[in-house]
Design a protein. Structure first.
Lengths: 397, 403
């Protein structure tokens, strides 16, 4: 009999702490601004920023030293391409490079003097393409278009020469391009930057929010010296106090996560090759893991000021360590193993496997297990946190 | 001096007051573990961490799969040459696309190169076009480049040989045939980042962002603490507008002193230590650029932090801005593609101008004249946020006095 009552008592305590926490959550606008408002703003920002997904009308320049109908035709054709826009016409290489260095254009095409004459006389006039690869994404986009233009010019000329010599078009093409390379893009067929970026960056931001608000919500009890009251509500048990405190936030974060997923996969129509359910589950576990890590950080450093700073440093690192921008394969081996310390890495692996590739189940399950393992972390600091909460002996600065 | 004793007295009083504000602010920074963590640990450790993280600059030996249904001398030659490139490595050879697809889905490999059954026949047949198909894993953009580049190079090489053969068969001599194959050749030059290194692209903007964001978050944390602990020493002469000006200048100078050293280390010294980072700019120019970059960021931060009434508020709410500032600036996602409303908003952030200005100076070797737009914009923002901060400071003081 007593045992069941005790069990019920624990549940009651958790509910009491959760109720207390919910009251705190609504007592100051800070909590809702830091979670709901910030998350929604970020969703809105990235969704509208990368609306188009693929760059369009990238500014490029042309140095037309030939200035004949043919060269002007080349410029005209270049301008009619969807991806680029001829923003500048320059008289010399130096002028174009100056514009490049000022950041006005991402690349330029140089059409040499006597281009038309040499072209007619089969003297192989050379076109030159320059791109500013400081801005890799933009430069590669411009580069592709400029190169395509060069190939068009070259191909058109060759076709003209060969058909004039009496060959049929397929015959001529067999001469001009005996091997054709066809490129297929798997997992993101349109090379959509939004799919590549938003799918991981929004969960990453959610992770940042979880870190800072969880650390804050626990640390503020110490700072305001309310930790004893918090512990009393939980009947003196730190694990109950923590569970009750964290639970309302878990619900809030999971709702935010579901909003994110709905935005990405339902509104923005990102592809889900595998299971949407698995994506949702991994997000749910990711939320809990991030909370566990936040508890660990505040447990190790029960001063809200230091813990918040450390949490921020850790949270920001996740974006580059998770390998979604820079593949883990290219990192130094020592760093490759460090990536495992960031739940975002594991979430990203699930995302790649489920949303993009629809790969084998173990590639989803393993990262989820790694995330679940992190859930035991708070156990190590419960005693420490209990001690800090009772003695209120945390450093103040 | 004896002629104007009053003025001299005022000047010396002013200088002493500003000096006091500077000293107090610096003292506060160095007695706050949270701010020290943000300023110095993040400001110095982050760059090193990122430098090591992207040490390799590019991805090498990406594992790929070869599906060679042709099994001919020609296709094997092609594969051998592709395999020889440092960009990819043929890790698996499959006999069917289904098998290859499974391997790719399991992320054992990140690309497939496929030769159809009739590949060699078409090449030998002197007529038709032979096809090669590439399947690129797009989960990371870097993989695709690694496969496309060597495949296209080999393709061009093979193609020229075939072309010569075919022309010869048509009765054209070698010399003439060569000219025909090269209708209008082109040359390509990738300026400033010739190997398309990821570190050379990402790290320089990250360095600027580290400086600006640690400053921003640190100031918010510190001012929040000031407000919370009701440090009233600056409120003595709150009825004077000049008082607010002096306090603002004093605080800004304190942060400027601390950060001029940090920025010089991160933005000038650091790229020169990690040799794979671009550093073709003139250090003097960068130093000159750092002045308005820091001042505008300091006044921007002082203004925003004026709304922080608690120590933690800034950190909890403003942490994700680091990502917003990076993306709204239009460095990774090109600036012309950013929707107009966001672009206009981005002009109000010092980071937008700072990122581009620094990239132009450091990575592209631009002159001061070429970054005049960014340089001027930063000074305008400095003035703009200075005025806003002073007004806000004055109102805060007056409010505090009324209570």
């Amino acid at each position: 009999m007593t045992k069941t009552r005790n069990k019920l008592g624990v549940w009651k305590d958790i509910v009491n702490v959760a109720k207390r926490e919910t009251n705190i959550m609504f007592s100051r606008p800070l909590y809702l601004i830091a979670t709901v408002v910030v998350m929604l703003l970020c969703c809105f920002f990235f969704a509208t920023l990368l609306q188009k997904g693929v760059p369009e009308r990238m500014p490029v320049g042309v140095v037309d030293l030939d200035f004949t109908t043919t060269s002007r035709n080349v410029v005209h054709q270049l301008n009619s391409m969807q991806m680029v826009e001829v923003k500048g016409h320059y008289h010399s290489y130096a002028e174009a490079r100056d514009a490049l260095q000022r950041g006005e254009i991402y690349g330029f095409l140089v059409i040499p003097r006597h281009f038309y004459n040499q072209l007619g006389g089969l003297k192989r006039p050379k076109l030159s393409v320059y791109t500013n690869n400081t801005y890799t994404v933009a430069a590669n986009m411009a580069y592709k278009q400029l190169l395509m233009m060069c190939n068009l010019v070259s191909g058109a000329l060759q076709l003209q020469v060969f058909t004039a010599a009496g060959l049929t078009e397929p015959q001529a093409m067999a001469l001009i391009q005996p091997i054709v390379v066809e490129t297929h893009q798997i997992a993101n067929p349109k090379a959509n930057y939004a799919i590549y970026l938003i799918g991981t960056i929004l969960p990453g931001i959610l992770g940042l929010i979880i870190l800072s608000t969880t650390i804050f919500s626990i640390g503020i009890e110490m700072k305001n010296q309310t930790s004893r009251e918090w512990l009393e509500t939980a009947n003196g048990s730190m694990s109950v106090a923590l569970t009750g405190k964290i639970f309302p936030y878990s619900v809030l974060y999971i709702i935010l996560g579901i909003c994110c997923n709905t935005l990405m996969y339902k509104v923005l129509d990102f592809p889900v090759a595998g299971s949407f359910f698995a994506m949702s589950m991994s997000l749910l576990i990711y939320v809990c893991t991030m909370q566990a890590i936040a508890v660990l950080i505040i447990g190790l450093l029960p001063s809200v000021r230091t813990a918040l700073s450390i949490g921020a440093l850790y949270g920001m690192l996740a974006f580059s360590m998770s390998g979604f921008t820079y593949p883990a394969m290219a990192m130094l081996p020592a760093f490759r193993s460090l990536t495992w310390l960031f739940p975002l890495t594991h979430y990203y692996h699930v995302y790649v496997n489920e949303a993009l590739l629809d790969g084998p189940v173990q590639n989803t399950i393993l990262p989820i297990i790694y995330m679940l393992l992190a859930l035991i972390l708070p156990l190590f600091i419960i005693k420490r946190l209990h001690y800090a909460a009772v003695n209120l002996n945390y450093p103040t600065n | 001096m004896a002629l104007f004793p009053e003025i001299w007295q005022n000047v010396s009083k002013t200088v002493r007051f500003v000096w006091k504000v500077i000293a107090d602010t610096i003292y506060a920074v160095f007695h706050d573990s949270g701010v020290i963590t943000i300023f110095f640990v993040a400001g110095l450790i982050y760059p090193v961490l990122y430098g090591f993280l992207c040490w390799e600059n590019t991805v090498k030996e990406v594992p790929i799969i070869a599906v060679d249904l042709s099994g001919s001398k020609e296709s094997m030659e092609f594969l051998r040459k592709v395999d020889a490139s440092p960009d990819v490595k043929i890790e698996y050879r499959c006999t069917s696309m289904i098998e290859a697809e499974q391997l790719m889905k399991a992320q054992k490999a990140h690309g497939i190169i496929y030769f159809p059954r009739d590949y060699a026949d078409r090449i030998k047949g002197l007529r038709g076009q032979a096809h090669v198909s590439l399947y690129c894993d797009m989960t990371t953009f870097l993989y695709m480049k690694n496969l496309l580049l060597p495949a296209n190079m080999v393709m061009l090489e093979e193609m020229h040989q075939i072309q010569l053969k075919r022309m010869n068969a048509l009765g054209l001599g070698d010399e003439l045939a060569y000219e025909f194959t090269q209708g209008a050749p082109y040359e390509e030059t990738k300026l400033y980042n010739p190997i398309d290194g990821y570190a050379s692209f990402l790290i320089p903007p990250v360095l600027v962002l580290i400086i600006l964001q640690t400053l921003f978050l640190g100031i918010c944390m510190l001012r929040g603490t000031f407000y919370e602990e009701k440090r009233t020493i600056y409120q003595a002469n709150a009825h004077h507008f000049s008082h607010a000006i002096l306090v603002t200048i004093g605080m800004a100078l304190a942060f400027f002193i601390i950060y001029s050293g940090l920025s010089a280390i991160d933005l000038i010294l650091f790229p020169r230590i990690f040799k794979n980072l671009p550093h073709i700019g003139d250090p003097m120019n960068i130093l000159l650029f750092i002045v308005p970059l820091l001042l505008s960021t300091i006044f921007f931060s002082l203004f925003v932090s004026g709304f922080m009434h608690n120590r933690e508020t800034g950190m909890v709410i403003l942490l994700p801005t680091s990502l917003l500032f990076l993306f709204i600036a239009g460095v990774s996602w090109p600036q012309p593609c950013i929707p107009k409303a966001w672009r206009i908003l981005s002009y109000f952030f010092p980071s937008t101008w700072g990122l581009h200005g620094y990239l132009h100076l450091n990575s592209m070797g631009a002159s001061m004249l070429q970054i005049k737009k960014e340089f001027d914009a930063l000074w305008i923002l400095t003035g703009f946020y200075f005025v806003l901060t002073v007004v806000q400071q004055y109102l805060t003081f007056r409010k505090a006095r009324k209570h």
